[in-house]
Design a binder for this molecule. Structure first.
Ligand SMILES: Nc1ncnc2c1ncn2[C@@H]1O[C@H](COP(=O)(O)OP(=O)(O)OP(=O)(O)O)[C@@H](O)[C@H]1O
Ligand SMILES: [Mg+2]
Length: 294
């Protein structure tokens, strides 16, 4: 389809081509400017690392490109969510919004940036993943594959009862999942919130890695205190691992390297907090889970 479209474009007269290219460039610049303006604005309003829970409905039509707006519209018409309420976070690669569905349930909606995404970093994780037979060349297509990959990873992990947000749906660069928070307030990361009960938190992370590794055949590949949320659940600290787009199958050529990095991050975090856990100990504790799981 792409090729056919490309051929058609090619066959149009040059004048029209030039005009279209110019218009496209202008559109991209405008959207980029809007994004930059929006980011500067929110940056100014940033409190610590978190954003004020700000109504964005008026702004977001200026922030996203037309295709993303279309996708948001379609996915919302399909009933996955009703309104995008406010930005929970804006990272390098995506915006995360709190939204509600028609029944008033909260949802988290992650919208990957198609214009500013760091897609070079993404290809590293897609290459070598046997689930991706054709690796797209175009940035937009890579971001779409990435969103699908994050959804599929969430599905695999949820099935293994690994603690991740429950996946609800996706389309193109938009992913809808369970909202992790209390009373409408998004949970903070382990980095921001810390935990009181270190032993309990450590055990939950060991269980997460074991379930992912032995039951889902997945390695998170960006596991750290920045990608773990801490939710208060019935008086206990419940850890939920997020940001699983880059998670790779065990068969990935760099799987061991990624696993090693994850374990080092976790071991460093706990050791820094005075709860010494060597990487070796962590490996041993994960292995112990193997018998419990099968
Ligand atoms: N399901 C969720 N429920 C509540 N908050 C969420 C959820 N998913 C993500 N968030 C919030 O959005 C932030 C960014 O999410 P995530 O790490 O998935 O995206 P990212 O693009 O990697 O962002 P960053 O570059 O900041 O890591 C999280 O730190 C968290 O505050
Ligand atoms: Mg993250």
């Amino acid at each position: 389809m792409k090729n056919k479209k490309g051929k058609e474009n090619y066959e149009k007269n040059t004048e029209l081509n030039n005009y279209e290219e110019e218009a496209e460039k202008r559109k991209k610049n405008e959207t980029n400017n809007e994004l930059n303006k929006y980011e500067q604005e929110t940056e100014r309003e940033k409190q610590g690392k978190r954003f004020p829970q700000k109504k964005v409905s008026k702004t977001f039509d200026k922030v996203f490109d037309k295709e993303t707006l279309d996708t948001i519209h379609k996915i919302s018409t399909a009933g996955l969510f009703d309104v995008l309420e406010f930005v929970i976070s804006t990272g390098k690669e995506a915006y995360v919004f709190r939204s509600t569905d028609k029944g008033g349930n909260f949802r988290a909606v992650k919208i990957y940036k198609t214009l500013t995404s760091d897609f070079h970093n993404m290809t590293k994780y897609i290459e070598g993943d046997k689930r991706f037979k054709n690796i797209p060349k175009e940035k937009k297509e890579i971001v779409i594959e990435w969103t699908k990959k994050e959804f599929k990873n969430l599905e695999k992990l949820s099935k293994a009862y690994a603690s991740v947000p429950y996946p609800i749906g996706y389309k193109n660069n938009v992913l809808v999942m369970e909202f992790i928070g209390e009373n409408g307030e998004a949970s903070k990361t382990l980095k921001e919130a810390g935990v009181k009960d270190m032993e309990n938190a450590y055990q939950q992370i060991v269980e997460f890695i074991a379930r992912s590794f032995y039951l889902s055949n997945l390695i998170h590949a960006d596991l750290s205190e920045y990608n773990i949320l801490v939710k208060n659940f019935e008086g206990k600290e419940k850890l939920v691992v997020i940001d699983v787009g880059q998670a790779v199958l065990k068969s990935h050529p760099k799987a061991e390297e990624f696993l090693g990095r994850d374990l080092r991050n976790i071991s460093n975090y706990f050791s820094k907090k005075g709860f010494e856990k060597s990487e070796e100990e962590l490996r041993k504790d994960i292995r112990k889970w193997k018998e419990k799981l099968v």
